[in-house]
Ligand binder design. Structure first.
Ligand code: PLP
Length: 408
């Protein structure tokens, strides 16, 4: 077996949440629990998307419009829309053949490390979306975790209130850097000037930035970059991941894409420069057979006038939830970060409570479930993550309960 799998920490976070919930429910059978910890959307697919799905299904029923295997990187009808709308309208040059349509930002951000050397030094922010860490541990880049849960082989970049959740540049040479903005779990965003420091660093060091923009649609303040390619020079040093999951409710429908620019090169042991676009194309064509035609048709509907309006309305709905949570918690003196250009709220635990103690308090007193920040990395200790993806009525009720029942 691959011994590196033995070094993975067990998924303690969600199993421990489930254990505490079960115990609470057994002790309080009548309690109505509201989950503000979930990272999954609750609104159904928008009508324009549903219509596109139905039409595509009907096409599959007729011999003249039936589709079998499609092009592995995605159909042009979708990649052209992505290039024009996600990038062109923001003045960013990305060509359709640099876009790889996939079944998820999770798989792409987990798989991308395969095209890099096994001994690459990897930097991640702390706290972090666990997929970046675990996929590198599986590949042998993590080494063994210490008592605090940090892997000796990885470089951690702490993000806390003290540094405004902005990671400092690594203090030793690294080859790959995962950045995610708007951030899961902290809800922080990065300004163009801050992102430029990372692009400049990567260019100086010969490093590659793996930029996860899964929550790009939640950015509403002008001036905050939606894509790393808005920064000059990024095309030579960055890969960008995007997803329809939280933008258009595709968590169960599955569609995402990754941009690998033609100017992005790695260096072989021989010193030869190798196109990372070519390597990723090779990887995907060997191990992936493309996203279903009907799903790509559904994704393309996101770019129609009607579809764009509808999915923007859904993101507005979640952003309103975020505002309701933030204002409610701030009203009782809690310190809340994020939730402005992001669906995540990162709440400082009151007093000297640790993440789990605050989780318990919220559960016991308000019957509301969050996610302990410590589960996202050692620097998440002292925080709790709430999400804006719930139903409006439940979100409002949860906030009301927190305001009236939490003894602070
Ligand atoms: N990237 C981040 C930061 C996420 O939080 C998530 C989902 O939770 C994903 C990627 C995965 O998205 P997808 O549903 O496209 O796999």
């Amino acid at each position: 077996m691959n011994e590196h799998y033995l070094k993975l920490k067990s998924s303690y976070l969600f199993s421990e949440i489930a254990r505490r919930l079960t115990a609470f429910q057994a002790a309080h059978p009548g309690a109505k629990i509201i989950r503000l910890g979930i990272g999954d959307v609750t609104l159904p697919l928008a009508p324009a998307i549903i219509r596109a799905l139905h039409e595509a299904v009907d096409e599959m029923a007729r011999p003249e419009t039936f589709r079998g295997y499609g092009p592995e990187p995605g159909y042009e009808f979708l990649t052209e829309q992505i290039a024009a709308h996600d990038y062109g309208t923001r003045g960013v040059r990305v060509s359709p053949d640099e876009i790889f349509v996939s079944d998820g930002g999770k798989s792409d951000s987990a798989n991308i490390q395969e095209i890099f050397a096994p001994d690459c030094v990897v930097a991640v922010t702390d706290p972090v979306y666990p997929v970046y860490v675990d996929s590198n541990v599986m590949a042998g880049r993590g080494g063994v975790p210490d008592a605090s849960g940090r892997y000796a082989g990885l470089v951690y970049l702490p993000c806390t209130a003290e540094n405004d959740f902005q990671p400092a540049l690594p203090d030793r040479p690294v080859d790959l850097i995962y950045l995610c903005y708007p951030n899961n779990p902290t809800g922080a965003v990065m300004t163009k000037a801050a992102l430029k420091r990372w692009v400049d660093y990567a260019r100086r060091q010969g490093a590659v930035l793996l930029y996860d923009a899964a929550y790009e649609a939640y950015i509403r303040e002008p001036g905050i970059p939606h894509s790393i390619f808005e920064v000059e020079g990024a095309r030579e040093v960055a890969v960008e991941f995007r997803s329809f999951s939280k933008t258009a409710g595709f968590t169960g429908t599955r569609c995402a894409f990754t941009v690998v620019p033609q100017e992005l090169f790695g260096v072989a042991a021989s010193g030869e420069r190798v196109s990372l676009h070519a390597l990723w194309l090779r990887r995907q064509s060997t191990k992936f057979n493309g996203v279903p035609y009907i799903v790509q048709k559904a994704a393309a509907a996101v770019y129609t006038e009607e579809g764009a309006r509808q999915v923007r309305g859904q993101v507005d709905y979640y952003l309103d939830n975020a505002r309701i949570i933030r204002e409610g918690l701030e009203a009782i003196g809690l310190r809340v970060y994020g939730g402005k250009n992001a669906p995540y709220l990162w709440v400082k635990t009151p007093g000297r409570l640790d993440s789990w103690a605050f989780f318990d308090k919220l559960l016991q007193e308000a019957h509301v479930v969050g996610t302990p920040g410590a589960g996202f990395g050692p620097s998440g200790e002292g925080y709790l993550r709430l999400t804006a993806f719930g139903r409006r009525d439940e979100t409002e009720e949860a906030v009301e309960r927190i305001k009236t029942r939490l003894a602070l």
